[in-house]
Write a protein that binds this ligand. Structure first.
Ligand code: ADP
Ligand code: ZN
Ligand code: ZN
Length: 671
């Protein structure tokens, strides 16, 4: 029998320090830990879980500085080399330490549970059977383009990215499901990852999947699971038991040892981009993962991102098209523009829109009003002295929330009661200015006292489960008029909805952000796509002051192709993404000058041939929560050149040990 002797574990830890740390571990030779296992260690006087990325016979760390690892989580099969490579790629690409990428994505319970509790959880998994056993639903017969697409995806071998470009209601979901069926039938252990942009869209799809694949274990992964559930679902995926994993962006880093197909629904959706911490794009990582595993991936959308459209045009992605709606007789809604200069709105609604809503009420059909602004009014003001409700901590306004009698800043969540009189001049007559969803709701209810009006936005759905409840109410037909923000614009298949009114889209037309028109166009097409899905003739009314604007013209003609192709040409001429690669360095400080000074130093600290570094500028919303923010945009036509520069740059910036808080974002969406 061997005597235990030490080996040295190289461990990645969730810390901004860009290093792996050595720990000693006493064990017999045949019981050495494996790369990809988790270990419990003491770090900075806390017990934390780290990821073993190397096992060695010796260590460069002096013996008196070496600590022993506390435990190795051998109950769990190690994370695979492929998974480690995925985390490693994300860390490299987004310029983050490996531990900061690999560890936060793991379920918290894997990290915090005691060994005994962890064993209990793993036993639970062994007993976990396929939970539901609904009566299997028969798949509908696909139409010819759907069949072609499903076969192309389901039958693909190797790395084959497809762009499933299908108009709203063209039955993309059905294509995914039948492609999945082919893969599950062909690959006895095969796993499939399906990503959707928002949790609100998982229940609908989850129901469809369970009904379609009754014997197959499905695991969901999204932010509203309890820690216990998340742990169980993550383990089910990691141990290969769950054959379909349905989740939001965070699921892209789940461990899937037998992954054979990736589906990204609504691939254009900005929700795939994480906007804090590790600012990754789940869509981009998904494409890399498919390449790494040499498996097919499908990106579906009625309004693909210009990045994906570009790849489809250049032939890098195969374009699969669904030009028509799948349901018999269902056609795309008629889109009309209402000139608000001629038809002056009353309570935010033009007479034409009011007449159209009335008509739907009489026919027993549903209307949806879309306004991407929650609250009652974006600001209140004093007409006698000009005071307006600014946030004292941010470069923004306090939004009036009338039902709650509060003013709220949507950026720092500062809250206060509505002042009784003007803080500057004492005037008691403070007026709301502009219109949010609550105000529209109030106006509608006054106009249509008999109507069942429902508002769906972040405020009305704060309670867990309340969003689902609200959507169910709409599906059951218990709502006449639905008013909502972008929450209602995505993915939902409301059968009785025949009118969509779009209240105030104009502001985005003149935004400084070059992506604003791409985003507005996608949003309008998506929300318009909620109408007429069951074959009842339907219309979309857009209220605008600029009915001549070409963007609206393209929406009227449902003409994504030309719009996107023209936009791409503009981007190419102006040398903008996807023809250019960008990264954004942000700095935060109490004083704007401090942040700018840091960015100036960052700009000048290194040679950078082939890389353009712009001047530092304050961010559009400069101050949030009493912190001033500035940014520095870095650009290059070559991705490898930019990557090489960033790596060295981040290293240099770390060495600078500035007290300014900074962060780097690769491929930023908002600049
Ligand atoms: P998309 O995701 O493209 O917007 P969906 O997948 O939600 O569209 O499908 C729209 C509607 O068409 C759904 O009600 C779906 O059940 C129906 N559908 C899809 N394919 C078919 C088909 N081949 N025959 C009949 N109905 C279909
Ligand atoms: Zn005043
Ligand atoms: Zn604020």
């Amino acid at each position: 029998m061997n005597n235990p002797r030490p080996c040295y574990l190289q461990i990645a830890i969730d810390t901004p320090l860009n290093a792996v740390f050595d720990y000693r571990w006493q064990c017999e030779d045949d019981q050495r830990p494996h790369i990809g296992q988790l270990a419990l260690i003491s770090f900075a006087r806390r017990e934390v879980v780290g990821l073993i990325v190397g096992v060695a016979d010796e260590s460069d760390v002096p013996v008196d500085k070496l600590k022993d690892a506390l435990a190795v989580r051998s109950q769990l099969s190690p994370l695979s080399a492929k998974w480690l490579a995925l985390a490693g790629f994300a860390a490299d690409y987004y310029q983050r330490p490996l531990g900061e990428v690999a560890l936060p994505g793991l379920p918290k319970n894997l990290r915090v549970l005691t060994t005994v509790a962890l064993e209990r959880a793993i036993k639970k998994l062994a007993k976990l059977e396929v939970l539901h056993d609904p009566t299997p639903a028969n798949p509908p017969a696909l139409n010819a383009s759907q069949q072609q697409a499903a076969d192309a995806i389901g039958g693909a071998q190797g790395f084959k990215p497809s762009l499933l470009y299908g108009v709203t209601g063209s039955g993309k979901t059905e294509v995914y499901l039948q492609a999945c069926a082919q893969v599950l039938a062909r690959e006895p252990d095969g796993q499939i990852l399906i990503l959707v942009p928002e949790i609100n869209l998982t229940p609908q799809l989850e129901g469809n999947i369970r009904a379609r694949f009754p014997g197959v274990m499905l695991a969901t992964l999204h932010s509203s699971l309890s820690e216990g559930e998340r742990m169980l679902h993550w383990l089910a995926a990691h141990e290969g038991k769950a054959r379909i994993v349905l989740g939001t962006r965070l699921a892209i880093l789940s461990s899937l040892p037998h992954l054979k197909l990736i589906v990204i629904d609504e691939e254009h959706d900005p929700s795939y981009k994480q906007q804090e911490g590790l600012r990754y794009s789940a869509r981009d990582l998904a494409v890399w993962r498919a390449w790494q595993l040499q498996i097919p991936i499908v990106l579906g959308s009625a309004t693909p991102s210009l990045e994906s459209w570009h790849h489809a045009q250049s032939g890098r992605y195969r374009k699969l098209e669904l030009r028509e709606r799948a349901v018999k007789n269902a056609v795309l809604p008629t889109v009309k523009l209402i000139d608000m200069e001629r038809d002056k709105p009353n309570d935010g609604l033009t007479s034409q829109l009011i007449a159209a809503i009335k008509q739907r009420m009489e026919r027993g059909e549903q209307s949806l009003l879309f306004l991407n602004r929650r609250g009652y009014a974006p600001v209140i003001c004093c007409e006698s002295c000009g005071w307006i409700s600014e946030c004292t901590r941010c470069t923004s306004f306090m939004v009036l929330h009338r039902p709650e009698h509060r003013l709220r800043c949507h950026h720092c969540s500062l809250e206060m009661r509505i002042p009784r009189h003007c803080p500057t001049c004492g005037n008691v007559d403070l007026q709301p200015l502009g219109r949010g969803t609550q105000r529209v709701e109030e106006g509608l209810q006054a106009m249509f006292p008999e109507a069942r009006v429902l508002r769906i936005d972040a405020d009305s759905t704060r309670k867990k489960g309340s969003a689902q409840e609200a959507f169910d109410t709409v599906h059951r037909g218990e709502v006449d008029i639905l008013i909502g923000t972008q929450m209602v614009a995505k993915g939902h298949d409301f059968k009785k909805l025949t009118l969509v009114g779009i209240l105030n889209p104009d502001t985005a037309l003149f935004s400084q952000d070059y992506r604003a028109s791409e985003r507005l166009f996608a949003q309008l097409m998506q929300v318009a796509g909620r109408a007429g899905r069951a074959g009842i003739p339907s219309e979309v009314l857009i209220q605008t002051r600029y009915p001549q604007h070409p963007l609206y013209g393209a929406v009227v003609h449902h003409d994504y192709d030309h719009f996107a192709t023209a936009l791409l040409e503009e981007r190419e001429q102006a040398a903008l993404p996807p023809y250019l690669y960008q990264a954004l360095l942000r700095a935060e400080a109490r004083e704007l000058a401090t942040a700018i000074e840091f960015l100036n130093m960052a700009r000048d600290c290194m040679e950078h041939p082939g890389i353009t570094i712009n001047d530092p500028i304050p961010m559009t919303m400069t101050r949030v929560h009493n912190v001033d923010r500035a940014q520095l945009l870095v650009e290059s036509p070559s991705r490898p050149a930019l990557q090489a520069f960033l790596k060295e740059w981040v290293h240099t910036l770390r060495e600078m040990k500035s007290r300014v808080k900074w962060s780097l974002e690769v491929d930023p969406l908002d600049i």
